[in-house]
Design a protein. Structure first.
Length: 187
């Protein structure tokens, strides 16, 4: 029997102006996607704001559910999903993330990609990603195929409807760790 590990996909909606705009256009309750290597969400990565108070400058970020950008939006709602993957896929995922960490200064936010995806036109720009594009491509490059869609066209809604993902928690992001400590209320 092969060794397996769990990874986590976090969908969230902060209520920022940009997330409200995406929410209006998509009609989906969640507007941001992150990937975590642990259930505590200590190793949580995405593409978004580099500085919590500056929505203009974005790139590859290690997110913190209690500090940084999320702390600016205490009413952030989320849905956390788990995915069981093979050891080899997990090792590939760690390697891919290490590459992003080492080269983080090269990366920027793909705002043009978000706009083109809204019109179903894929736009891949080297070193530029939007959140769902990043998570989708990261999974593909790690040998994890859960979405049958071009990463350049992937949205948070695609992850929300992915049957391979198992819901773990849904509610306020700020209460996630409190609820996690109470097994009766944790899925």
């Amino acid at each position: 029997m092969k060794e397996t590990n769990k990874i986590y996909i976090l969908l969230s909606h902060s209520g920022s102006l940009f997330s409200k705009l995406i929410n209006i256009c998509s009609g989906f309750p969640y507007t941001h996607v992150s990937i975590a290597l642990d259930s505590e969400l200590n190793e949580l990565y995405s593409f978004g704001r580099i500085h919590p108070y500056n929505p203009i400058i974005g790139g590859f970020v290690r997110e913190d559910i209690e500090n940084g950008t999320f702390s600016r939006f205490p009413e952030t709602m989320c849905a956390l999903y788990s995915l069981e993957i093979e050891e080899e896929q997990y090792n590939n995922l760690e390697r891919e993330l290490e590459r992003f960490k080492k080269e983080k200064d090269k990366y920027g936010y793909n705002l043009l990609g978000v706009l083109s995806a809204a019109f179903n036109f894929p736009l891949h720009r080297k070193y530029n990603y939007f959140c769902s594009q990043f998570v989708s491509e990261l999974l593909l490059k790690s040998g994890i195929r859960i979405l049958d869609k071009n990463p350049d066209l992937t949205s948070p809604m695609d992850f929300g409807s992915c049957k391979e993902l198992e819901i773990v928690y849904e509610g306020y992001l700020r209460t996630y760790n409190e609820v996690k400590m109470c097994p009766a209320s944790f899925r």
